[in-house]
Design a protein around this ligand. Structure first.
Ligand code: BGC
Length: 782
C-alpha cells in the first residue's frame, strides 16, 4: 500500500519513486515521455511481485484486523480537540518530579483533554478518575494509568543496579512480573520502566536505576524486564505496558551532571548506548520515553532522526513515544525552540506522540495544524498508536479491569512476594572484601554491635524511585540481625553519626558499644536521596564524618564488617585498606535487613558481582572495563614508563572492576580449551574451562567470557563481555563451563557503520571478573 500511494502521488510531477516493501530499498526514476512511464510501471509491477513473493508480510490475525478497524472507527469519530487530548498525559496530585503544570487534571479528564494520568494508584482512586473518563466524556475513551514502577510496586525489590549485580536474569524478570501483578492490582496499567540507560558515570545519580556499564549484559536485562512486565499477553489483567527509557544516551551526561549535554560519536552511540533500548523493543515493549538530554546538539524530544528515522524506519517500532516530564517545554531552555508553539511543532514533527505534563500539545497543536506547521495526519498517527495501546490492554472491553478490590487486598505484599524479595536482595549483595574469613559471622559469638547512620534507617532501605513502597514496612539491618540472632546473641546498637553532616557527638557511644561486642557491623553509605534523579555528586566518597567514625571504631581491633548502602559505586579506597570485610548491600528494598542478615550469618553465600566499576578516586571517572588500548598502553612490566597513557598519581585500573565480587568460598579456573585451533567464519567456537570450588562451603560463581578483537577496521575494546553463566558448585566439586560464540557475536560497527565481522586474530578470556586475564588466542580464517 505504501508503495502504491507514493507512486500515485509522484506521478504528476513526472518522477517515479519505487519503494520496496520494507523501505530498505528505494529507486527513483525521472522520465520525459508518458510512454516511458509505462515501461517503468511494468518494471515496478515485476519488482513488486518478486519482492512481495520474497518478503511476504505476515498475515494479520483476525484480532489485529478487528483492533485496527476499531481504532480507525474511533479515530474517525473524534474531534481534533479530543485527538489532542489523547496525546496529553498529566500527573495527579500524588507526586511529581518537576513543576506541576496543571493541577486541574480532573477537569481535563472530564473535557476529554487528558488521555492518560500518572502518579495515581489504589483501586478506589483510579476507579473514580476512570469513571469520569468513561462516563462523562463524549466518546467514553478510558484513561491509561502510568507510574514509575521501577523496582517493585508495594513489595520493593533491590534497586536496579543492585539487581544487575545478581546477574540473575530470571529473578530480574520475575521481580518485574511480581511488580506488574502488584501494580495492576492497584489500578496501574503502564510503567515508566525499564530504564535501560548504559552509564560509565558513577557521579550521575541515576546509575542506580540502570544495569551498569555494559551494553551486552544491559541488553539481556532490558529484555528480561520487558518480558516480566508485559508477559506474553498484554490484555492479561496482571501484566502492564512497559515504557523503555530514556531514549537516548541519557546515561552519558558530561561530567556526570544530571540533565547535562551528551555528545558522542555515532559509533559509540550505536555500539554502547543504543543496544539495550533495541533489545527492550525487540522484547515487545509497547512504549518508549524520550530523554532530557541532547545528543550532538539535538535534544531527544525534537530529534527526528532518533524518533522517526531510527525508531520507526530502521527499528520498525510500532508502539508510542512519550516525552519525559515536561521535556517538550524544555526545548525552549535547550535553545532550539523560541516558544511553546515551536516546541510542540518540533516534537510532533520529530515523531513524539504523547506530551508528559507539559500541556504543549494541548495548547498548541490545533493552531499548528491550522497554520500548516503540523500535519493532522501526524496527530492521527499518534492518536492511533495510543488508542491501540489502550485496546491491547483491554481497556475498551473493560475500563475497570485493573480495579479489583479483591486483588488489591489479596495480591499485594504476599508472603511469597516478600520471600522472593528477601532472596533477591541477598543475591544482589556483593562481597567486596573478606580478609581472613571475617565473614560470615561465627554463630558462637555472644554479642554484636550494629553501628552507623544506616543501621536502623527504615526509609533509606527503599532506595530511590520506590513507587508505592511503604517505608514503615521495611526491615532495617538492626532488625534483620536481631531476627537472626535470637536470644543467644546480644545485639547492641549505636547510630554514631548522621549520613551527611559533621556531628561527631555520637562517636563515643559508638566506640563504647563496639568495645563491648564480639563482632562489629558498620552500616555506612549514602541516604536514599543521594542517588537517583537530580542527585549527581562531584565527590562520591562516603559522605559526612562516617569515615572518621570508622577510624575510631577500628581502633578497638574487634572483628568488623562494613555493610554499604548506596545507589552508585563509591570511592572507598581508604575503607578497602582498613576494614577487614566489606559487603555491598546497595538498597535492598522491603526485606533489606533480613536479606543482609542472611548473608552476614552465612545462610546465603554471597554471589553478586558489580556491573559498574568502583573507581579509586573521582578523578579516574569514567573508568570502565571495555575501554580502548590507545596508542600508548602501559606495559605491565614497566608500569612507570613516562610517555604512556596513564596518570602519574593513580593506576588506570579501578579499585573493583566490572564483574568483580567474592564469595565465602573460593573458585579456581583451569586453562581454557577451545574445540578447534583454527576457525572458519561459519564455525561455532566452543570455549570451556573447569571451575573448582576450592573452599569449604557450597557457592555460586558467575563465570564470565570476554573477547578481544586484536585488529579491526576501527579500534576495538581491550575486552568485551560475550557470555556468562551463574553456576552452583558444591565444595570440592569441579564443573566444566562451556560457552559458544559465533562470528556474528564478534561483529562491530566499521568505518562505514556497517555492522559486520572481520576474520583475524582474537583473544578469549574466561574468568571470575573482567580483570581476570586467563586468555587463549584464536584465529578465524577468511
Ligand atoms: C523522570 C522519568 C520519570 C518521569 C515521571 C521524570 O523526571 O526522568 O524517569 O518516568 O519523571 O515520573
Amino acid at each position: 500500500m505504501v508503495f502504491m500511494t507514493r507512486i500515485l502521488k509522484n506521478i504528476n510531477i513526472r518522477w517515479l519513486t519505487i519503494y520496496l516493501p520494507d523501505e530498505a530499498l528505494k529507486f527513483t526514476f525521472t522520465y520525459k515521455r508518458r510512454s516511458d512511464m509505462k515501461l517503468f510501471r511494468y518494471f515496478f509491477i515485476l519488482i513488486f511481485i518478486l519482492t512481495n513473493g520474497c518478503t511476504k508480510a505476515p498475515e494479520k490475525t483476525v484480532t489485529e484486523s478487528k483492533m485496527e478497524k476499531f481504532v480507525q472507527g474511533l479515530l474517525e469519530k473524534m474531534t481534533l480537540e479530543e485527538k489532542i487530548g489523547q496525546l496529553s498525559l498529566f500527573t495527579s496530585d500524588w507526586g511529581t518530579t518537576g513543576p506541576s503544570i496543571r493541577k486541574d487534571y480532573v477537569d481535563l479528564i472530564k473535557s476529554g483533554r487528558a488521555g492518560a494520568i500518572f502518579n495515581a494508584y489504589t483501586v478506589d482512586y483510579v476507579r473514580s478518575l476512570q469513571k469520569i473518563a468513561v462516563e462523562e466524556t463524549r466518546l467514553h475513551i478510558p484513561l491509561m494509568f502510568g507510574y514509575d514502577v521501577i523496582h517493585g510496586h508495594r513489595t520493593i525489590f533491590p534497586v536496579p543496579l543492585a539487581q544487575a549485580s545478581s546477574w540473575d536474569i530470571e529473578s530480574i524478570r520475575r521481580s518485574e512480573e511480581i511488580a506488574a501483578m502488584e501494580a495492576t492490582a492497584e489500578g496501574i496499567n503502564w510503567t515508566f520502566a525499564p530504564m535501560v540507560d548504559i552509564s560509565r558515570e558513577p557521579r550521575w545519580g541515576r546509575v542506580v536505576e540502570g544495569a551498569g556499564e555494559d551494553n551486552w549484559l544491559g541488553s539481556l536485562i532490558a529484555a528480561a524486564r520487558v518480558r516480566g512486565f508485559q508477559g506474553t499477553d498484554l490484555s492479561n489483567e496482571r501484566t502492564l505496558l512497559a515504557c523503555v527509557k530514556h531514549f537516548a544516551a541519557y546515561g552519558a551526561p558530561q561530567a556526570g551532571r544530571d540533565y547535562n549535554t551528551v555528545d558522542m560519536s555515532q559509533r559509540s552511540l550505536f555500539e554502547w548506548y543504543l543496544p539495550p533500548y533495541k533489545a527492550a523493543l525487540d522484547a515487545g515493549a509497547g512504549s518508549i520515553m524520550t530523554s532530557f538530554n541532547e545528543i550532538a546538539g539535538i535534544p531527544s524530544s525534537s530529534n527526528k532522526w532518533l524518533l522517526t528515522d531510527l525508531l520507526r524506519g530502521t527499528w520498525k517500532f510500532d508502539g508510542f513515544v512519550v516525552s519525559d516530564y515536561n521535556s517538550i517545554t524544555e526545548l525552549i531552555a535547550h535553545g532550539v525552540a523560541a516558544d511553546s508553539a515551536q516546541a510542540g511543532e518540533l516534537a510532533m514533527n520529530a515523531g513524539l506522540d504523547m506530551d508528559m505534563q507539559g500541556s504543549i500539545y494541548l495548547n498548541n497543536l490545533a493552531a499548528l495544524i491550522k497554520a500548516g506547521k503540523v500535519r493532522e495526519e501526524s496527530v492521527n498517527k499518534a492518536v492511533k498508536l495510543i488508542l491501540t495501546a489502550k485496546y491491547k490492554l483491554g481497556l475498551f472491553d473493560d475500563p475497570y479491569k485493573y480495579c479489583s478490590k479483591k486483588r488489591e487486598k489479596d495480591e499485594i505484599m504476599t508472603p511469597e512476594n516478600l520471600s522472593f524479595a528477601r532472596k533477591f536482595a541477598a543475591n544482589s549483595c556483593v562481597l567486596l572484601k573478606n580478609n581472613n574469613k571475617t565473614l560470615p559471622i561465627k554463630r558462637g559469638i555472644k554479642s554484636i554491635a550494629v553501628i552507623g547512620p544506616l543501621a536502623d534507617s527504615r526509609e533509606d532501605m527503599l532506595g530511590s524511585w520506590s513507587a508505592a513502597g511503604q517505608w514503615e514496612k521495611c526491615v532495617t539491618l538492626v532488625e534483620g540481625i536481631k531476627n537472626k540472632a535470637g536470644d543467644n546473641i546480644k545485639v547492641l546498637t549505636a547510630k554514631g553519626c548522621n549520613v551527611n553532616d559533621d556531628d561527631r557527638t555520637g562517636f563515643s557511644k559508638a566506640v563504647s558499644v563496639a568495645a563491648q561486642s564480639d563482632f562489629i557491623v558498620l552500616a555506612l553509605g549514602e541516604s536514599r536521596d543521594m542517588s537517583g534523579e537530580a542527585a549527581s555528586r562531584t565527590d562520591i566518597s562516603i559522605p559526612g564524618v562516617q569515615m572518621e567514625m570508622v577510624k575510631e571504631i577500628l581502633k578497638t581491633r574487634k572483628p568488623c564488617a562494613v555493610v554499604l548502602f548506596n545507589g552508585r559505586p563509591l570511592t572507598i579506597s581508604e575503607l578497602d585498606k582498613t576494614a577487614p570485610a566489606i559487603l555491598e548491600a546497595w538498597f535492598g528494598g522491603t526485606e533489606s535487613g533480613n536479606a543482609i542478615a542472611d548473608v552476614l550469618f552465612g545462610d546465603i553465600n554471597p554471589s553478586g558481582k558489580i556491573t559498574l566499576s568502583f573507581p579509586i578516586n573521582t578523578g579516574q571517572i569514567p573508568v570502565f572495563y571495555n575501554c580502548k588500548n590507545t596508542g600508548r598502553p602501559v606495559n605491565p612490566l614497566f608500569p612507570n614508563d613516562k610517555y604512556k597513557s596513564r596518570y602519574i598519581d593513580c593506576p588506570n585500573t579501578p579499585l573493583y572492576p566490572f564483574g568483580y565480587g567474592l564469595s565465602y568460598t573460593t573458585f579456581s579456573y583451569s586453562d581454557i580449551s577451545l574445540n578447534k585451533s583454527a576457525f572458519q567464519r561459519n564455525d561455532t567456537i566452543i570455549a570451556s574451562a573447569d571451575i573448582t570450588n576450592t573452599g569449604d562451603r557450597d557457592g555460586e560463581e558467575i563465570a564470565q567470557l570476554y573477547v578481544r578483537d586484536l585488529v579491526g577496521d576501527v579500534t576495538r575494546p581491550v575486552k568485551e563481555l560475550k557470555g556468562f553463566q551463574k553456576l552452583f558448585i558444591r565444595k570440592g566439586e569441579t564443573v566444566r563451563v562451556k560457552f559458544k560464540i559465533t562470528a556474528g557475536d564478534l561483529s562491530y560497527y566499521h568505518q562505514d557503520m556497517s555492522f559486520t565481522f572481520d576474520p583475524g586474530d582474537f583473544e578469549l578470556f574466561i574468568g571470575t571478573s573482567s580483570a581476570d586475564n586467563r586468555m587463549t588466542p584464536f584465529r578465524i580464517t577468511p
